[in-house]
Design a protein around this ligand. Structure first.
Ligand code: C2E
Ligand code: MG
Ligand code: MG
Ligand code: MG
Length: 290
């Protein structure tokens, strides 16, 4: 229940508006040592496939307990981007995501793990090379680690982002466009990206049962994305009614509090055992025709 409270943003630390305040400087140096000392953790949130009714993947989301003052993920990332700490942070996230996928596989759970990548990472000259080497040393994870990149973030530097994403695609990394429909993006740009998945932004999903306009937007977005060959994920699904609507619209996957908020690895294993036991999934495969 405390994970849930934390995820709903109840106990989060709020930073001062002044970016040079003593408080802020402490936060930056604390973050630096938290990365070095591996005090950050990744929580997992499942992606449910509406066709197979199976959990086919997880999104890895950063958490920083920071004694009694947890810091919100978007704030961690914003500080990391402003200070250059995003480079070591993302490298740690990637290695940890590979560790988590190893642990999932040991539990008989072959599932994709998605990590969020900052546009700053795409500007590091050696990022694709780093990823390529890392993936080569974990051959069992080929294609099993997806990168999520938000559409708006790439528009700051479209040319370099495209180049970097093509290099990552060549290294075997599937790409997902995050927060689709939330900002100013250009479809003519997005269609050039080597992406296989689109995630419809939570802001369009949250009020689906109440808002006819949102239903029109989401339905046509799903149709358009399918025609262009993308898999479609809806994020921020909080109730059964929204799930049913998305299912009727042909949405492929859903993520959201209705299933579960992001959980630490062990809590996620308990949740899976309770709601999606591995043996049942395996039985479904064994009993499949042909
Ligand atoms: P995102 O990638 O769009 O992640 C989805 C966010 O929605 C997560 O917030 C998740 O906890 C929250 N969420 C999931 N289901 C629901 C729901 O049903 N209702 C509501 N209201 N919220 C839901 P979180 O974990 O606070 O992360 C916020 C953002 O911070 C992420 O948005 C992502 O952009 C960024 N972020 C998180 N971890 C990382 C990371 O390791 N690296 C980078 N670069 N960014 C990260
Ligand atoms: Mg994401
Ligand atoms: Mg998102
Ligand atoms: Mg988001």
């Amino acid at each position: 229940e405390s994970d849930r409270a934390r995820d709903r943003g109840i106990a989060y630390y709020k930073s001062s508006r002044d970016s040079y305040s003593a408080e802020r400087l402490t936060l930056v140096s604390d973050l630096r040592s938290a990365i070095e000392n591996h005090e950050l953790t990744l929580f997992l949130q499942p992606k449910l496939c509406l066709k197979s009714h199976r959990i086919t993947g997880f999104e890895a989301l950063i958490r920083w307990p920071r004694r009694q003052q947890p810091v919100r993920p978007d704030e961690i990332i914003s500080i990391a981007e402003q200070t250059g700490l995003i480079k070591p942070l993302t490298r740690w996230v990637l290695q940890e995501a590979l560790e988590l996928r190893t642990r999932l596989m040991k539990q008989g759970r072959e599932a994709n793990v998605a990590v969020n990548i900052s546009p700053n990472n795409l500007r590091e000259p050696d990022f694709a090379l780093f990823v390529q080497r890392l993936m080569q040393s974990y051959p069992a994870h080929a294609g099993g680690i997806t990168f999520e990149v938000t559409e708006t973030s790439m528009m700051q530097d479209p040319g370099n982002s495209l180049r970097a994403l093509n290099a990552l695609h060549a290294a075997g990394i599937p790409l997902s466009i995050d927060d689709f429909g939330s900002g100013y993006s250009s479809l003519s740009y997005i269609k050039r990206l080597p992406a296989g998945e689109i995630k419809i932004d939570r802001s369009l999903v949250t009020d689906l049962p109440e808002r006819e306009q949102d239903r029109v937007i989401v339905r046509t977005t799903i149709e358009m994305c399918h025609s262009l060959g993308y898999t479609v994920v809806a994020e921020g699904v909080e109730d059964q009614q929204t799930l049913a609507l998305l299912e009727s619209m042909g949405c492929d996957l859903i993520q959201g509090y209705y299933l579960t908020p992001p959980l630490a690895f062990t809590a996620m294993m308990q949740w899976l055992d309770e709601h999606y036991p591995a043996c049942r999934a395996r039985a479904a495969i064994d009993n499949a025709p042909g």
